[in-house]
Write a protein that binds this ligand. Sequence first.
Ligand SMILES: [Zn+2]
Length: 210
Amino acid sequence: MANLLLKGFKLFRKDNYEGNTLMKKLVKEGQSPDYFIISCIDSRSNPGTIFRPEPGTFFAHKAMGAIVRPYKKGTALSAALQFALVHNKVKEIIVLGHTGCGAIKAMVEKIDDEEISSFINVAQTGLEKAKATCGSACTHEELLRHSEEEIVLLSAENLKSYPSVANALAEGRVVIKPWLFDMESGALLQYNNDFKQFVPLTGNKKSDNA
Ligand SMILES: [Zn+2]
């Protein structure tokens, strides 16, 4: 039942093998993406979908909730970051969380599945922070939203414990951007250090050219 995939692949093939020469150039000369995107496994917030990227635009890493755990040698993410930052010249690392995230909901609601909880619970401090910010008057929906934001920030912070990232940051070669895709409104938000909150990069008229 891979018809949906084949339908898309045929379009991709038409655009990129018959339509233009970019793919051939990338295959021949190699890739050099500027971005490394860490996103959730969610099928609706897939960066390959929402950014409509040309081939060669970014490296992609996926984990439930876009959660980045503190550095541990030999993980899929640490190897990928090493490749992207040491053997390639990625300039921006984007942690892309999203609203309505099932992984964050599973953590907030304490899912009874050890295989899942043993991973997502590495972001517990994000949830604790969200609870503190939210206060006792917070609705469940508000707590989910705060948690989604805090966990993106926690993941962005945890990235700094990866040697490849720490070195690149120290040399001013890379920046880390905490982003949140608001699936309901279609807005893309970035954490603003001055305002201490997520602000739209696009999705409303005022900042469409940002
Ligand atoms: Zn998600």
